[in-house]
Design a protein around this ligand. Structure first.
Ligand SMILES: [Zn+2]
Length: 229
């Protein structure tokens, strides 16, 4: 029998998740639950798992700080577009859909449709921006993806399959442009180098000037992008 999680003390905000498949203990952010999961292989002692969590407390606190509170799309809330704060303005009397004026995002139509309308618009905007970057990087890489998909992924910002399908999290539209550019460049480089070896990184650096800055930004602030919607 497995001992109960309550018998070990875990840092606040950390939830225990026993796993038959896990080979080693790890920490994972679950933005939808608003917690950090401590994934523990069934055979590992809970005391050792708790030790691991304790040793990584700074990392946990940093991730949790970015998780709350969540921001529901509504009139007056601030939403980062391209990393710059924009205020959402509900325009019930106006026809049309969504448009940007200065540092404001105007959303027409009934209030109950505002969250969906704004989310759809942000996804479309993300798609447009990602496609433009894909076109630009494809010239240097010498390959085009078989398909470009935008998703709402919480664990990865981008992915690339061996068959050349690339996918991105639409929330990158909320990050500074150089962050989205880096993530697109990263996956475009995988079309040629499906690994993280030296040749892969050389190619990424041909596509974007800076890789360290955007990677650090994602690690420090990326989780915040999941608060919106
Ligand atoms: Zn990669």
């Amino acid at each position: 029998m497995m001992r109960k999680g309550a018998q070990v003390t875990l840092p606040p905000g950390v939830q225990l998740r026993m796993s038959a498949a896990a080979r080693r203990v790890s920490l994972r952010v679950d933005a939808s639950l608003g917690v950090v999961l401590l994934v523990v292989p069934k055979r590992l002692s809970l005391a050792r798992a708790a030790d691991f969590a304790e040793k990584n407390r700074r990392w946990i606190d940093r991730k949790l700080a970015g998780l709350s509170p969540s921001v529901r799309f509504a009139d007056g809330v601030e939403v980062p577009l391209g990393g710059i704060s924009h205020q959402v303005r509900h325009r019930p009397a106006t026809r049309g859909t969504v448009w940007v004026e200065g540092r404001e995002i105007h959303v027409a139509g009934a209030a109950e449709h505002l969250p969906r309308r704004l989310t759809d618009w942000l996804k479309a905007e993300a798609h447009r921006q990602v496609n433009a970057l894909v076109d630009r990087h494809a010239e240097v890489v010498g390959k085009r993806p078989a398909r470009v998909t935008l998703r709402d992924t919480t664990t990865r910002w981008g992915s690339c399959t061996p068959s050349g399908r690339v996918a991105f999290c639409w929330r990158l539209v909320l990050a500074p442009p150089e962050v989205m550019d880096y993530v697109v460049a990263h996956e475009m480089a995988h079309l040629v180098e499906l690994n993280h070896g030296p040749r892969f990184w050389r190619l990424v650096r041909r596509l974007v000037a800076d890789t360290d800055g955007p990677r650090k930004w994602l690690s420090d602030h990326g989780i915040r992008l999941h608060r919106y919607g």
